[in-house]
Design a binder for this molecule. Structure first.
Ligand SMILES: Nc1ncnc2c1ncn2[C@@H]1O[C@H](COP(=O)(O)OP(=O)(O)OP(=O)(O)O)[C@@H](O)[C@H]1O
Ligand SMILES: [Mg+2]
Length: 133
């Protein structure tokens, strides 16, 4: 289940446009960064319900609240639950395989900061950093 589109959402036109531009150029990884309560979740929720994004990803749009995950394995478990994957001790590979073999999917990871340790992953991924002010 996706969270509802934010009912009250003013401004942020340039940020929404920046994000849509990233999607128009490929399959981006975008980190929305700023201090608390400044609208990260609302911006992500607005993008999730944008018509261009719906057209592109249809039912393959997911929103995962990551607050309760304190490790990579727990994060994979949370994501797997949203994808409908049968629970198992370590879903890391299963989840990765789902994304590499499955249909184009938009995954929003809300409050990822607890488990996000890019230095340790060893992954060479391009991340578009969007700093809200
Ligand atoms: N563009 C906007 N227009 C109107 N209200 C907004 C907008 N963005 C955020 N808000 C409101 O501001 C509050 C904080 O927004 P939000 O929860 O998205 O922030 P956040 O950065 O995700 O916070 P946190 O760091 O706690 O996760 C909410 O009440 C939300 O409805
Ligand atoms: Mg938030």
């Amino acid at each position: 289940m996706l969270p509802a589109e934010p009912k009250i959402f003013h401004g942020r036109e340039s940020e929404v446009a920046d994000i849509l531009k990233q999607f128009s150029q490929g399959t981006p990884r975008i980190a929305i960064l700023c201090a608390g309560d400044m609208g990260k979740t609302s911006l992500a929720g607005t993008v999730l319900h944008h018509e261009e994004i719906i057209t592109r990803y249809q039912g393959n749009r997911f929103f995962v609240a990551c607050d309760t995950a304190s490790s990579k394995v727990e994060l994979a478990g949370l994501i797997g639950a949203h994808l409908g994957i049968k629970p198992a001790k370590d879903l890391t590979r299963t989840v990765l395989r789902h994304f590499s073999d499955g249909p184009p999917t938009l995954l929003t990871l809300d409050n990822l900061e607890t488990v996000w340790e890019p230095v340790d992953t060893g992954w060479e991924i391009q991340i578009f950093h969007l700093n809200l002010r």
